[in-house]
Design a binder for this molecule. Structure first.
Ligand SMILES: Cc1cc2nc3c(=O)[nH]c(=O)nc-3n(C[C@H](O)[C@H](O)[C@H](O)COP(=O)(O)OP(=O)(O)OC[C@H]3O[C@@H](n4cnc5c(N)ncnc54)[C@H](O)[C@@H]3O)c2cc1C
Length: 457
């Protein structure tokens, strides 16, 4: 039999591993290991953890609807896998690759566990829209692209020529197996996770990933270019949370996009940014290490708490942080504004903000979140130049002139005029002009501080 482990692929169709299992014609045991390390510090109560559990609950329902079985077990992935291999006649372990530092270490240990028992391991790539390894070969490059635009041109070419269509094999076409008698009791979900899952199971269907995709394509896509930064109007797709857990296949999204519109360039560019950050996370050896290479030690972190608690006195920043803390969502333009405010005006090291978003964002993704924070802190490929410091007041005036978004999230300011509503409050924790000038000086020094003065992208 085959043991298949789910990760960021929480769906039942268009999975390269399912095509493979089906082609092998062997029965398979399907398991999602809930890793306590990834839900540590009560993360299951935060938006990011709850979003994951909701997708896990939905996945289990989808399996059941297709007459199949998915087992949820809780424990250290290598220990659970080792025990699964001991207790079942597994000949092959199959999963989709993941490239975060934690995942790489975890999978090394899974491979060792399997090798020690003579079990073969087969892994597939599936997170990105383009096959990134093949893309690099197609581009004929030994070095990665460091600038988005040339990367994007080549990426589009690559997809036109080599796009691998979504597969139609779904879980229903496989022969999934039960666990050995008594096995589930060895790795039970802790009661608080069981409870969280049970409440997710009760959530009504209908707002699932496919419905969200179709709603967007048939409606808001048409006005996306003009509306994407008008954050008060919520014009974007809101598909990120489904894409990051794999509940929605990125290939399926691309196919449906081509079906409904041959000219959806602005939105396609955003899908390309997603791939570009996944690409960097694999090809930039510093991607997960910038804070070790650049000296951020002189930066203060005392503004962090006011930022996280929406108490900075800058209305658009506090409104956005209030939305994040309340719902787990923040529109892209506001992620850029709040991240730049924290890293530049407050001069707080970017990992503080990165960590905070990790807990709070319902669509949290390690590579995309880090990519966004690096961009704001002028580090990494194609980042904002060090002298770019967005002014939150002018950003707010430009993208939401009437202040509707601020009024929604900070009702205590709703009595202010359209002109006043954007302006710093008397208790603002920082003066924008002076802090901007200070940030430019400090970042100039930081960028000069890397060992060997590595060139910026
Ligand atoms: C500081 C910071 C942190 C971020 N953290 C995350 C994160 O943890 N998870 C996450 O999914 N995105 C993150 N982003 C990127 C972006 O904000 C979200 O992907 C986007 O807001 C999701 O909204 P949407 O699904 O409506 O996107 P749409 O505008 O409809 O775009 C469609 C898809 O394209 C991708 N995309 C859009 N914008 C970006 C972008 N700037 N970079 C990379 N991919 C993009 C997403 O997969 C998105 O779902 C971050 C950005 C910043 C500046």
């Amino acid at each position: 039999m085959i043991l298949f482990l789910h990760r960021k692929d929480l769906r039942t169709a268009d999975l390269p591993a399912f095509d493979y299992i089906r082609a092998c014609g062997r029965p398979s045991l399907h398991v999602l290991v809930v890793d306590p390390f990834l839900l540590r510090r009560d993360r299951h109560r935060e938006h990011s953890g709850r979003s994951f559990l909701a997708q896990a609950a939905r996945l289990q329902q989808r399996y059941a609807a297709e007459g199949q079985r998915l087992h949820l077990l809780c424990g250290d992935p290598a220990a659970v896998t080792g025990a699964l291999l001991e207790a079942h006649a597994v000949r092959e372990l199959v999963f989709h690759e993941d490239y975060t530092p934690y995942a790489v270490t975890r999978d090394r240990s899974l491979r060792e566990t399997a090798a020690a028992r003579g079990v073969r391991v087969t892994a597939f790539d599936e997170q990105a829209l383009a096959d990134l390894r093949d893309f690099q070969r197609h581009a004929g490059r030994s070095e990665p692209y460091k600038v988005f635009t040339p990367y994007y041109r080549r990426w589009r070419d690559y997809l036109r020529q080599h796009f691998r269509p979504a597969s139609t094999v779904s879980a229903g076409a496989l022969q999934t197996l039960p666990l050995a008698e008594g096995f589930a009791e060895r790795f039970p979900l802790p009661p608080e996770l069981e409870e969280a899952l049970a409440s997710c199971r009760l959530e009504p269907e209908g707002s699932g990933p496919e419905t969200a995709l179709e709603d967007f394509l048939s409606g808001r896509l048409a006005g996306y270019a003009e509306g994407r930064d008008r954050y008060a109007r919520e014009e974007t797709s809101r598909l990120s949370r489904h894409l990051n857990t794999g509940a929605l296949s990125i290939r399926r999204v691309y196919e449906r996009l081509l079906d409904v519109s041959a000219d959806a360039e602005p939105w396609l560019r955003q899908l390309a940014w997603r791939d570009f950050y996944l690409y960097q996370s694999r090809l930039d050896p510093l991607f997960y290490r910038y804070e070790k290479v650049y000296d951020l030690s002189g930066m203060p972190s005392d503004g962090f708490q006011a930022w996280a608690e929406a108490r900075t006195g800058i209305p658009i920043v506090d409104a956005a942080m209030t939305e994040l803390n309340t719902t787990g969502w923040m529109p892209n333009r506001l992620r850029m504004i709040t991240a730049m405010f924290l890293t530049k005006n407050l001069l707080c090291p970017f990992p503080y903000g990165e960590r905070y978003f990790r807990y709070k964002l319902a669509d949290y993704d390690n590579a995309l979140n880090r990519g966004g924070w690096l961009w704001s802190a002028s580090l990494g490929f194609d980042a904002a130049p060090y002298f770019r410091v967005m002014n939150p007041v002018t950003q707010s005036q430009t993208h939401d002139p009437s202040g509707a978004y601020i009024r929604r999230w900070l009702p205590e300011l709703s009595g202010l005029s359209d002109k006043e509503i954007h302006l710093p409050r008397p208790h603002a924790v920082v003066e924008l002009k002076a802090s901007r000038a200070r940030a430019i000086e400090v970042y100039k020094e930081i960028l000069a501080s890397s060992a060997g003065g590595r060139e910026q992208g």
